[in-house]
Design a protein around this ligand. Structure first.
Ligand code: GAR
Length: 212
């Protein structure tokens, strides 16, 4: 069975969604760059091995990346899933895991890379927002897109209400993307991802909606 290592920095709700999806994969370990990440307790509760690598113990970013890579490689995972891992990884690290490093991001990339995605979306008045699962490449939040989910931005949305609805979608699409990877259904060529046997139904999302 293929195996997965999950990297977290905080709450760990996407990690939990991956765990609870009962994917056809063995979760070899959960690694956090923050000793106080709440997700570590969740991972332990489920009986998974956890590791903490604190960047403050390393003076150079490359040194941290090297130790992180060594820690990951000890588990020989087929895939590494960044699940709210908030540290930017160096090019060397990212290139080492090309096609094996996935991330979930709370926006419809390439819109709103980086932080504060929901407040930026609200400030700009977009009517449709969402989340993206993509392969990681050296350019932060720009790698090949695997799946996206869109939500309507509602007139009375706050950052919190919008974040909650987007997060629900993250929890739907991230396990799906990992499942596709584990089933060998993702083909990555150049900057595009092909998903074999994907459901393509031509659905359209309007926001605000149109009368029928
Ligand atoms: C999620 O919304 C995830 O998309 C985001 O951090 C949150 C982590 O929540 N990740 C990024 O912004 C990465 N660029 P979680 O710890 O509950 O999964």
């Amino acid at each position: 069975m293929k195996s997965l290592v999950i990297l977290i920095s905080g709450r760990g709700s996407n990690m939990q969604a991956l765990i609870e999806a009962r994917l056809p994969t063995r979760i070899a370990a959960v690694i956090s760059d923050r000793p106080d990440a709440a997700g570590l307790e969740i991972a332990k509760m489920y009986g998974f091995e956890t590791k903490v690598l604190d960047p403050r113990s390393y003076s150079l970013r490359e040194a941290f990346d090297t130790v992180l890579a060594e820690t990951i490689d000890a588990y020989e995972p087929d895939l590494i899933a960044l699940a709210g891992f908030m540290r930017i990884l160096g090019d060397g690290f990212v290139n080492r895991y090309r096609g094996k490093l996935m991330n979930v991001h709370p926006s419809l990339l390439p819109a709103y890379p980086g932080l504060g995605t929901h407040s930026r979306a609200l400030r700009e008045g977009v009517k449709i927002h969402g989340c993206t699962v993509h392969f990681v490449t050296p350019r932060v939040d720009h790698g090949p897109i695997i799946i996206q989910s869109a939500v309507q931005v509602l007139p009375d949305d706050t950052e919190e209400t919008l974040a909650t609805r987007v997060l629900q979608q993250e929890h739907r699409i991230y396990p799906e993307a990992v499942r596709w990877f584990m089933e060998g259904r993702l083909k990555l060529s150049d900057n595009r991802v092909e998903v074999s046997n994907a459901v393509i139904n031509g659905s359209v999302l309007f926001s605000p909606g149109l009368h029928q």
